[in-house]
Design a protein around this ligand. Structure first.
Ligand SMILES: Cc1cc2nc3c(=O)[nH]c(=O)nc-3n(C[C@H](O)[C@H](O)[C@H](O)COP(=O)(O)OP(=O)(O)OC[C@H]3O[C@@H](n4cnc5c(N)ncnc54)[C@H](O)[C@@H]3O)c2cc1C
Ligand code: FES
Length: 281
């Protein structure tokens, strides 16, 4: 049996085993971390030697073999340096951190709605539901068809326009709209019946998903992202207004009733200096 533990203080060295180019900008890395057992929704702090340490959702997990995946969107210094790594290179892993998703849907179908690289955080839910043969609807949203994360896998393992739906900003795949708009139309048109919703992606999208869930009386869990330094509840950088809930420790997954109390949800996030950066509406 694998002993469950969290590596908090010192990054555990992990050698990259496999590198998969998912889209132009997103790369998946596979590596081994013995002795840890993350659950869907948790994240690792990933140390890129000589560059930085950054939070990354666990996007794939084989807990029996101790092999895990992260899917990285190259948007800045650390993520670009990480994406330049190759099999055989060393990175450092602390964690897993955070609370994770509650996969109990009370027997009802789950609906997973993700935008862009947000799909990485919710992929373990999808893999778990597929493995257990549980009812599932997936809505995958991105700017263009080429940026739809894990699209080929979903096309192969889910039924297009029945349990798998896409939306793109430019209309190159599925409907030309945002993920929450696709979700809302599917519910209004009685095309899907779901009991619980899981979401991760741009916060404006998640805010709209929460409003659609409220309108239809659906349970919701959303995975949030904030600037992080310690990843383990010590530095306070990821505190949410007004209650000070910590995204790294009390989250990153929050349910609909808590999201309603977080005044900064869908409005702004803080940069490393603590300054509020408002989301573009
Ligand atoms: C719990 C959690 C899970 C995450 N999972 C993933 C994942 O699975 N895949 C992935 O590609 N990214 C994920 N991120 C975001 C990722 O950590 C940031 O993109 C990364 O730290 C940026 O570092 P950088 O040096 O490349 O870019 P920077 O130059 O530091 O920043 C580039 C841009 O990203 C924004 N940014 C920086 N850090 C964060 C952060 N912590 N959260 C949100 N935005 C940030 C900055 O405001 C800036 O606009 C996650 C973040 C959190 C908090
Ligand atoms: S990142 Fe330090 S408390 Fe959350």
């Amino acid at each position: 049996m694998v002993e469950k533990q969290t590596v908090i203080n010192k990054p555990a060295p992990a050698r990259i085993l496999e590198k998969i180019q998912e889209t132009n900008r997103i790369t998946t890395f596979q590596f081994a971390v013995p002795g840890v057992q993350p659950v869907p929704g948790q994240f690792f702090m990933v140390w890129i030697p000589g560059v930085d340490e950054i939070p990354m959702s666990v996007s794939g997990m084989d807990t029996e073999r101790g092999i895990y995946e992260i899917s990285v969107s190259a948007i800045g210094d650390a993520t670009r340096a990480l994406c330049a790594k190759n099999p055989g290179d060393l990175i450092g892993i602390r964690g897993p951190f955070g609370n994770g998703f509650n996969l109990n849907t009370g027997g009802e179908a789950a609906c997973v709605i993700a935008g862009g690289v947000g799909m990485a955080a919710v992929r373990p839910i999808i893999l778990d539901f597929l493995k257990r043969g549980k009812p599932l609807v997936v809505i995958n949203a991105a700017r263009t068809q080429k940026e739809l994360l894990y699209h080929a896998f979903f096309e192969k393992n889910l039924v297009l326009e029945t349990s798998y739906f896409t939306s793109t900003d430019d209309g190159s795949c599925g409907e030309k709209c945002f993920g929450h708009e696709r979700f809302s139309r599917l519910l209004d048109g009685n095309r899907i019946t779901v009991g619980k919703v899981y979401t991760c992606g741009p916060e404006i999208m998640m805010r709209h998903v929460s409003m659609v869930c409220e309108k239809h009386g659906l349970q919701l869990e959303a995975s949030l992202e904030r600037m992080m330094r310690c990843g383990s509840g010590l530095c306070g950088l990821c505190a949410m207004d007004p209650s000070g809930l910590l995204v790294c420790k009390d989250g990153p997954v929050f349910d609909g009733s808590v999201l309603k109390t977080l005044t900064e949800f869908g409005n702004y996030a803080r940069d490393f200096s603590g300054k509020k950066i408002y989301f573009k509406k």
